[in-house]
Design a binder for this molecule. Structure first.
Ligand code: PLP
Length: 365
């Protein structure tokens, strides 16, 4: 049979492996879904903001209509909150889609993309999809070595990705370092800062003043409603940058990439400071709980500033499988070249207790 002439970029391109859905594991184990907990995708264990749910319920009756392709009200709400012009904000079907826009807008065969070792796997996937060349800079203490990343720049470099906090390591780049780094990167190279977990930080680097001044044309900040806002199931992320950069990214966006439900829900979620506050508190307590537990179990971990924690357990995929058999889904790290480690998302106190107890049992079995 003649094979279709697939795009050669697809050869050897790995399919992204997400955290396993509860329903899928329930089917496999023959267990009720209620008996299974998922601590594998850094979702908000407190659920969506109640205010967002109420706003979305009102939108249900008009779901026969296309959404506002330009998301006027949501963009205006975001821009007001960020003190940016709405033309400096672009929405994506998750911030994953914003990363894809970067590929469309800036990558061509041979274009170099600089990332840190242990980076979010979507950056290499998009790079390969657009036939770019991935330049991976060794990590320093599991985090970004910005000095080395700067030295990795060549005439072919088009994009540099920095995630802070980083997934899967939870490390943060100090404000001063990131500011100096941005200043040192030549203006024709895009610096894409992935701030998916920034809302969990006590004192995040504030890079928005650079955008407000309108002078930084090569900086893109990316955030999401999937993590602290608890709306991962609805897919919404956003990018912030110079109006010219955003205008370029808008050209590669499909017309209705964000749905009507999430446009309504996100505006409400943004204003639900109580939900955000509760999420932050639950997360900080959960991180402390795991750190104490790991210390007691004499396990090595990477100090985290996000809503997950990386811990060294030996054979990560075996331990993940054993946890899963007990109804606890966490994430193996083999795909990140960390086969001895697993990543646990912070859950509710009850979920965290169950996860740690099962982990202890599995490790001593
Ligand atoms: C979770 C995550 C995102 C957000 O993905 P969405 O597509 O918005 O759900 C982006 N970057 C990193 C590093 C992440 O961990």
């Amino acid at each position: 049979m003649t094979r279709l002439p697939f795009n050669p970029a697809l050869e050897g391109l790995a399919v992204y492996q997400p955290g396993r859905p509860i329903e899928e594991v329930a089917r496999e184990l023959g267990l009720p879904a209620d008996d299974i907990i998922k601590l594998a995708s850094n979702e908000n264990p407190l659920g969506p903001s109640p205010a967002a749910l109420a706003a979305m319920e009102k939108t249900l009756k008009t779901l026969h209509l296309y959404p506002d392709g330009n998301a006027y009200y949501l963009k205006r709400a975001l821009a007001a909150r960020l003190a940016l012009d709405p033309r400096q904000v672009i929405l994506g079907n998750g911030s994953n889609e914003i990363i894809e826009f970067i590929g469309h807008a800036l990558l061509e065969p041979g274009a170099e993309v600089v990332v840190s070792q242990y980076c979010f796997l979507v950056y290499p996937i998009i790079t390969q999809l657009f036939k770019g060349k991935l330049v991976t800079v060794p990590a320093r203490n599991f985090g970004h070595d910005l000095e080395a990343m700067r030295r990795a720049i060549t005439a072919q470099t088009r994009v540099i990705f920095v995630a802070s906090p980083n997934n899967p390591t939870g490390t943060v780049v100090p404000s001063k370092e990131i500011e100096e780094f941005i200043d040192a990167v030549p203006p024709e190279i895009l610096v894409a800062i992935d701030e998916a977990y920034v809302e969990f930080l006590e004192q995040p680097a504030d890079l928005l003043p650079r955008l407000r001044a309108g002078r930084q044309a090569n900086l893109l900040l990316m955030r999401t409603f999937s993590k602290i806002y608890g709306l991962a199931g609805l897919r919404l992320g956003y990018g912030m940058g110079h109006a010219d950069l955003i205008a370029a990214l808008e050209k590669v966006r499909q017309p209705f990439n964000t749905n009507a439900l999430v446009q309504a829900g996100a505006i409400a979620a943004l204003g639900d400071t109580e939900h955000i506050q509760r999420t932050r508190q639950n997360n900080a307590a959960g991180l402390r709980f795991y750190e104490e537990g790991f210390r007691r179990l004499k396990l090595e971990w990477v100090p985290s500033s996000a809503n997950f924690i990386l811990v060294r357990v030996g054979d990560g995929s075996r331990i993940c499988a054993a946890l899963q058999e007990q109804g606890v889904i966490v994430r193996p790290m083999g795909a990140y070249a960390l086969p001895e480690w697993i990543r646990i998302s912070i859950g509710t106190p009850a979920e965290n207790q169950r996860c740690l107890a099962v982990l202890q049992r599995v490790l001593t079995a």
